[in-house]
Design a protein around this ligand. Structure first.
Ligand code: TIU
Length: 230
C-alpha cells in the first residue's frame, strides 16, 4: 500500500529548461503503456513494423525510478493502451489506419492485439502494479481521453506529474500535452522513455521544453532522484 508522504518532502529537480519544484505529496509518477504489446515481439508495436528491441533499455531505468518513488511513498499511476473485447471503444479510423500485419482485435501470439485482459496487454513483470497504485485502461493515445484519470488525480490533490514510458512521441507526448492543458506541471524522465524512432524522441524532448517549458520539463532519472528531498 501507499504510505503517507511527509508533508515537508519536496522535489527540486535540476531540469530543462529550468528547475522543477513540487511538493512530493502533490506529485504522481505516471507510467505510460509499459505493456508487452509495445515491448515484446508479436504485439501491436511489432505488427506496425517497428523494432521493439529499441525500447528495452528503458526497462531498468523505469524500474529504478519506480522503486525509488515507491520508497518515497509517492502516488504511482500506470496506463495501458487497451480496448474492450467487443471493440466498442475502438474507432474504425484507429483500427483500419495504416498497413499493420495484425490489426487491433486480431489474434496474435500474445492473444488479441491491444485487447484488455489478453497476455500481450499486461504491463511487463518488471513494472507490474502493486496494491495502492492506480491502473487505467485507455482507448486513446492520451491518458486523459475517456478515462477517469483527471478526477482521480484531483481527488488526491495531485498538481504535478512525472512521466515515463512508451512511446515518447505517441502516447507519452499526447498524455503530457493533455495534462498540461488540464493545469498540471509535467516533467518527462528522459532516460525512462523511448521511441521506435530516436529522432522523434529527440524532437519531442526539444519541443516540450522549448519556449520556456511550453509543454513542460525534462530531466534524466538521476537528476530526478537527486532532486527528491524527503
Ligand atoms: N505506435 C506507437 O509508437 N505507439 C502507440 O501506438 N502507442 C503508445 O505509444 N503507447
Amino acid at each position: 500500500m501507499r504510505t503517507p508522504v511527509a508533508g515537508s518532502a519536496r522535489l527540486e529537480i535540476d531540469a530543462r529548461p529550468f528547475v522543477f519544484q513540487a511538493p512530493l505529496y502533490a506529485t504522481a509518477l505516471v507510467i505510460i503503456d509499459m505493456q508487452r504489446d509495445f515491448i515484446e515481439p508479436g504485439g501491436f508495436g511489432a505488427s506496425l513494423g517497428n523494432d521493439v528491441g529499441r525500447l528495452e533499455p528503458v526497462i531498468p531505468v523505469a524500474r529504478r525510478m519506480l522503486d525509488a518513488w515507491r520508497a518515497f511513498g509517492g502516488l504511482v499511476v500506470h496506463t495501458r493502451e487497451a480496448h474492450r473485447p467487443d471493440l466498442a471503444d475502438c474507432p474504425p479510423a484507429k483500427r483500419l489506419r495504416g498497413n499493420a500485419s495484425l490489426r487491433i482485435g486480431d489474434p496474435g501470439p500474445m492473444g488479441r492485439i491491444l485487447i484488455a485482459g489478453e497476455p500481450g496487454n499486461q504491463i511487463i513483470d518488471a513494472l507490474a502494479p502493486i496494491a495502492g497504485e492506480l491502473v487505467f485502461d485507455k482507448p486513446g493515445k492520451g491518458a486523459f481521453h475517456a478515462t477517469g484519470l483527471h478526477q482521480q488525480l484531483a481527488t488526491r490533490g495531485i498538481s504535478h506529474l512525472l512521466f515515463m514510458g512508451v512511446t515518447t512521441e505517441v502516447c507519452v507526448q499526447t498524455s503530457m500535452r493533455e495534462a498540461n492543458d488540464r493545469g498540471y506541471d509535467c516533467l518527462l524522465v528522459e532516460d525512462a522513455t523511448e521511441s521506435y524512432f530516436p529522432e522523434f524522441k529527440a524532437a519531442t524532448l526539444a519541443m516540450i521544453t522549448a519556449q520556456g517549458a511550453i509543454v513542460g520539463w525534462t530531466a534524466a532519472s538521476a537528476r530526478v532522484l537527486d532532486g527528491v528531498h524527503a
